[in-house]
Design a protein around this ligand. Structure first.
Ligand code: FNR
Length: 462
């Protein structure tokens, strides 16, 4: 299924510069064989070339340095939200340990001069099997947030999965991306009208797939946020998708009217304090319209309250998933699958894809590593739908391992968010370019030339 026909590969963004190579007769005077620069060499040349001019890369090329520098740059609340995990962080560690247990066994002398990283997903050929995953409330790390990420993804030519918890509406993000691929991630609201409205908007802005996140019907226990008493959404951060939605705003206005009919003052319960005023300002600044009007209006605060109550549905079951096909024409992926029986159930429901994910270890502490889950799920799926993985992917060799173990592509979360924190759009872009570059080099240096060749045979489990 993956990259089946290299001749059809539609690289759009210069990640893989293709140049025809003709082997010349073995003649002492013949020019040397031309080098075919894949994304790995292109990126190395860029970085070393800039080095000659005295420049070092805007984002570190290894994850540990990237993380350390992003941590220094980020504000306290932003770092807690982005870097934090559930509970004691055991699932985040398990994600990394799962990758560490698998080792690549490089093979030699197999002509790896041409490498094809392309993968076809839902009718679109992507230059590499890497997506920008959905991350909410990104403005905590950089003010340009989703718009910067949208532009970064468009520059790389791989999809950006718009999050339901965006700081800019999907319409605004789509407008920043030209024809570049975009998907939409859905949190299933308790209001089906909001679900249908989001799905219709996603289709209207050209999303090529819908990713329904199943693992966050409630927010996990996240001590780094809890210890600061910090919930971005309560400050109006990360709810732009909702405040731009006509059905959602209809609910908000109905609730305001109901409170007014009951003769209550919606603001009466809030004790005036500096923190409360700061929150009010934060909410009003982000709500559509002018700041002064928003400060006087009950709508911004009611929108936050409404969001907190209806954004996700803990009662969600497989019966709801069965209704999805009737709600959207887009390919449907389920994100958060960790058990092979759930993968079977997803296949029975006729979904187009599964994202093996534990939300970057942010939901259930002590859960299995996502790559461990992939190992059990891949044989169940056996090519019957698209199989993606996220949680813990940090390097090109992680991408290699995930693909060898059956994934068609991976989603990146925190790494590009950290790039965003350090250098905005260019930072997010370069982090993903670096991962793709390292993947390209790892592929070739391990003796492989296309994704379809990768199987567990390329690895050893220690
Ligand atoms: C997320 N993730 C996420 N997932 C989702 O479906 N909708 C969302 O709004 C968010 N928001 C979000 C915010 C932040 C700050 C993070 C770090 C993550 C989960 C995300 O899509 C992905 O599953 C993980 O980030 C992958 O793990 P790594 O790469 O961060 O380890």
């Amino acid at each position: 299924m993956r990259g089946d026909d290299p001749s059809r590969s539609g690289n759009t963004v210069g990640l893989v510069a293709r140049s025809a190579t003709t082997r010349l007769p073995a003649d002492a005077m013949s020019p040397p064989e031309p080098i075919i620069p894949g994304p790995g060499r292109i990126r190395q040349n860029e970085i070393y070339g800039a080095g000659v001019q005295g420049h070092t890369p805007a984002v570190p090329t290894d994850f540990l340095t990237l993380e350390r520098r992003a941590r220094r740059r980020a504000r306290r609340l932003g770092w807690a939200y982005a870097a934090g995990g559930a509970g004691e962080g055991a699932t985040m560690r398990a994600n990394r340990e799962a990758f560490d247990r698998w080792k690549i066994v490089p093979r030699m002398l197999r002509d790896v001069s041409r490498r094809d990283l392309t993968v076809e997903l839902f009718g679109r050929t992507l230059p590499a099997p890497v997506l920008f995953g959905p991350v909410g409330a990104a403005e905590l790390l950089h003010p340009e947030a989703d718009i910067a990420i949208a532009r970064a993804a468009a520059a790389v030519g791989v999809p950006y999965v718009f999050t339901s918890q965006a700081c800019a509406s999907m319409e605004a993000c789509a407008a920043a991306m030209g024809d570049a691929p975009r998907w939409f991630q859905l949190y299933w609201s308790t209001d089906d009208g909001v679900v249908d409205s989001f799905l219709a908007r996603a289709q209207a802005v050209g999303s090529e797939a819908v990713v329904v996140t199943l693992d966050t019907t409630m927010l996990g226990w996240r001590p780094m946020d809890l210890n600061l008493g910090s919930l971005p959404f309560a400050r109006g951060q990360g709810i732009a998708q909702y405040t731009a939605d006509s059905r959602f705003m209809e609910i908000v206005r109905e609730r305001i009217a109901a409170v007014a009919d009951a003769g209550a003052d919606p603001a009466a319960e809030v004790k005036p304090s500096l923190a409360a005023l700061r929150t009010l300002y934060s909410i009003s600044r982000r709500f559509p319209g002018g700041l002064l009007g928003n400060l006087r209006s009950p709508e911004p605060r009611a929108a936050v309250q409404t969001f907190l109550e209806i954004y996700s549905r803990p009662s969600l079951t497989w019966d709801d998933i069965e209704t999805l096909r009737g709600r959207t024409k887009l390919p449907i992926l389920l994100k958060g699958i960790q058990h092979p029986d759930d993968a079977r159930r997803a296949l029975d429901a006729g979904v187009d894809g599964i994202v093996v994910s534990n939300h970057g270890g942010r939901q259930v502490d002590g859960a299995i590593g996502s790559l461990d889950a992939l190992v059990e799920i891949a044989p169940v799926v056996a090519g019957r739908c698209r199989l993606l993985l996220d949680s813990g992917v940090r390097t090109g060799s992680d991408v290699f391992k995930a693909l060898a173990l059956g994934a068609d592509a991976v989603l990146i979360g925190r790494p590009y968010l950290y790039g965003l924190a350090l250098a905005g759009e260019a930072g997010a872009r370069d982090v993903v370019r670096n991962i793709i570059a390292e993947f390209d080099l790892t592929l070739g240096l391990s003796g492989w030339t296309s994704l379809s060749e990768l199987t567990p045979e390329a690895l050893r489990r220690l």
